[in-house]
Write a protein that binds this ligand. Sequence first.
Ligand code: 5AD
Ligand code: SF4
Length: 471
Amino acid sequence: MELPDYVKARARSKDKVLREDYVLDDNLKSIGVGKKYFLKTYGCQMNEHDSENLKAMLEELGFVEVDDYNNADLVLLNTCSIRENAHNKAFGMLGRLKHVKESTNPDLIVGLCGCMAQEEGVVNELMHKYKWVNFVFGTHNIHRLPYILNDALQANKQQIEVLSREGNIIEGIPVKRASNHKAYVNIIYGCDKFCTYCIVPYTRGKQRSRDPKDIVKEVEELVKDGYKEVTLLGQNVNAYGKDFDYTYTMENLLEDVSKTGIPRIFFMTSHPWDFTDGMIDVISKCDNVMPYVHLPVQSGSSRILKLMGRRYTKESYLELFDKIRGRVPRVSISTDIIVGFPGEEEEDFLDTLDLVEHCKYDNAFTFIYSPRENTAAAKLANQVDESVKEERLQRLNSVVNKYFLENNQKLVGEVFPVLVEGVSSKKNELFGYTDTFKLINFEGDSSLIGEIINVKVVEAKTWSLDGEIVK
Ligand code: 5AD
Ligand code: SF4
């Protein structure tokens, strides 16, 4: 049994991260034959992509996916730690699974993995109050799923294998992608920023960049398989390459991925601190690097930004923002904002509103600050009242929403290249995203799914556009 430990998780060793290949023992290849699995994913794109790996591994073992946990032999929850509500959802699901196990399916095998498994408090709770959960593993050893699962199937005891220190980068883990047209590609794991509110540096470990050759090879294969779009993923993609003992940066990577000829490249998330002029040049120069930047600001108050450990001020953020807007034609910029960080006064919040008035974001993900176990901010004394947080969130949302609509209205009459993704919930309509990452719905034939076509905006809504195909 290996349990999470925050002291070890915080440590940042200088040891070189090695590259290792995924191997699966032949004798495990049929442990799932005749069995059904249900996988539930919480949280960000990183988790969604990990789930694509988890599914492929399970299917290599013979398991078949089902979409109702009541029909499953194995349920795996890939969890998220970022805010309290993600926690609550996962524990709520465990409650439902306990009921299934007690009432209809006593043989059900339940596993929990992902970020929550890296939390000391969660694992403690699982060990003491959720002994019926069969196995737990963390974010650093997802490649061990077949082995841990095999142990869980054989043993009558809860299996816990959570590594607090990240191990090597494992290449070659099988992947079952959710789409045939667009793909997530990890470029950097972990985060060394330690923003004071954030649990990610503990749950995802130190910053480790994948070898550019592995990334380019993966994208080349996607091109061969007919993929039209990749999203390069990392907690902070701009720090890409900083852990190499040679000089190779995010700019170099974007240029090399661009040369693969994949039609559309997105990347996320960018920390404003590491965003270089060179990156701005690459985005404007390479036609297949999309004019879309997700640039989380978190707060518009320099005082709060300092307490958050963000390493920039309101002024320096705005300078970067204006530079990107000025130099990348048609760029759309989105952000993340937290309200109610400990000690946030009305004046600080007004600074955030002022920044939003300036930036007029194309999209913004707004959150109420949620204290996370073991983070520096959770230990601060002056936590903001829940009712104040709620009220600020509502005021913030009404301003950001106003700009989403205003920005979209300005696009009416413009034509955008759109990757057609599927049929929208409204019958007879297709949907896709523009090169500026705006959701657009339009009438068309489903044979267009997977194609990049030109669509003219005819109507603007707050969170989406309506369009018509341009012949
Ligand atoms: N409380 C609220 N929001 C948070 N985020 C990260 N940690 C917290 C927290 N403790 C938000 C940040 C980040 C996004 C992914 O989640 O805005 O950019
Ligand atoms: Fe969390 Fe900050 Fe790292 Fe983003 S940059 S994952 S907010 S610590």
